[in-house]
Design a protein around this ligand. Structure first.
Ligand SMILES: [Zn+2]
Ligand SMILES: [Zn+2]
Length: 359
């Protein structure tokens, strides 16, 4: 295999289908690394990236183009693979290492990035799969060896999904003030990411967990993991039921939906001084009486993926404790358009992981 010729699936217009193209990579310079992609998870946010923005409410769409994303775009930010080429200054990884790639890359030089919080870099974003080519390709160029985390004993397809889905759950849990044994935390939206958060809350905090999801199978699964109660948010008095089950002591709500109705429920169930962490990117607008913030001491926190150190922590944790086995469907990369369509139409259970070298 020629490790300088990347075959990638990219779109050349917003909303357009992905087509295969190839380009020549220069030899890795400095701390750069080339990774042969063996697995790349397909994220729901890829659907937003493909159309060029997120629903900001009131019929408005954010513009990825205005925020520095240029066509063509090679998506794919849950990359697992093998190091095949390294720059002359690389010392912490070697050819043949199996790694997961941290894709949320900032300028790499500011104090925020040097602390491992590239995902909140105030300068320039170079996220793989967005501003820089991602893992819907056989090769991915990573700008620095420090963005690589060894797979260890983890199954590569699953480990790849930690780069977004996993750390999104982990980062949201980390945003909470450490819950006491009397505290309840509501997890709103128990798909793959929400369910991982349920497991992480139970494994790493003292909180009692209440699951909220319209799907009875997901509520059942959350109870199986150890949630103390589960409710259907479409029921008329769902918020009241959550508050009652918690004895009024919901210290935090992790909202993995991020819609107007889910956030209304999340802000409605937390106690005084409670925290609402908005993670989901469904979209819409928040409309609330402003005095409720000071009067209730309400904290609303946004959580977007997480830092490089959090990916390292999560991957270490996953090798020590059992996390939920979110169903994975492996598909060849060449089926990417069909897979995106299936995701858009709600036909994907769990996560699709694309494999560039599968026939
Ligand atoms: Zn993602
Ligand atoms: Zn930076």
């Amino acid at each position: 295999m020629n490790y300088r010729c990347a075959h990638r699936w990219a779109f050349t217009q917003w909303g357009g289908a992905l087509a295969e193209k190839s380009d020549e990579l220069a030899a890795p310079a400095g701390h750069e690394v080339t990774v042969r992609v063996t697995h790349c998870g397909m994220c729901h946010s890829d659907l937003h990236i493909q159309i060029g923005g997120f629903d900001m409410g009131g019929g408005k769409l954010s513009s990825l183009e205005r925020s520095g994303t240029k066509l063509p775009v090679t998506m794919g930010h849950e990359i697992g693979g093998e190091v095949v080429e390294i720059g002359p200054d690389v010392s912490s990884v070697k050819v043949g290492d199996k790694v997961v790639v941290y894709p949320w890359i900032g300028c790499g030089e500011c104090p925020t990035c040097l602390a491992g919080n590239d995902h909140t870099c105030p300068r320039a974003m170079r996220n793989l799969g967005l501003q820089a080519p991602g893992g819907y390709a056989d090769l991915a160029r990573v700008p620095h060896e420090r963005y690589l985390v060894p797979i260890g004993t983890l199954e590569p397809a699953r480990a790849a999904t930690f780069a977004c889905a996993g750390i999104t759950a982990y980062g949201a849990v980390q945003k909470l003030a450490p819950p006491t044994a009397e505290d309840y935390v509501a997890v709103v939206g128990c798909g793959g990411v929400g369910m991982t958060a349920v497991a992480l809350l139970l494994a790493t905090t003292k909180a009692k967990v209440i699951a909220v999801d319209p799907d009875p199978a997901k509520r059942e699964a959350a109870l199986k993991y150890g949630a103390v109660a589960a409710f259907d948010p479409t029921q008329a008095d769902a918020a009241k039921a959550v508050i009652k089950a918690a004895g009024g002591n919901v210290a935090g709500a992790l909202d993995f939906v991020g819609s107007e109705s889910s956030v209304a429920l999340s802000t409605g169930v937390v106690r005084r001084g409670g925290q609402v962490v908005i993670v989901g990117l469904f979209g819409g607008e928040l409309r609330m009486p402003l005095p409720m913030f000071p009067l209730r001491g309400l904290q609303i926190i946004g959580s977007y993926v997480a830092g490089l150190n959090e990916l390292r922590e999560l991957m270490a944790l996953a090798q020590r404790i059992e996390l939920p086995q979110i169903p994975l469907t492996l598909r060849p990369l060449k089926d990417v358009n069909q897979a995106l369509d299936d995701l858009a139409k709600g036909r994907v259970v769990g996560r699709v992981v694309l494999q560039p070298d599968a026939a």
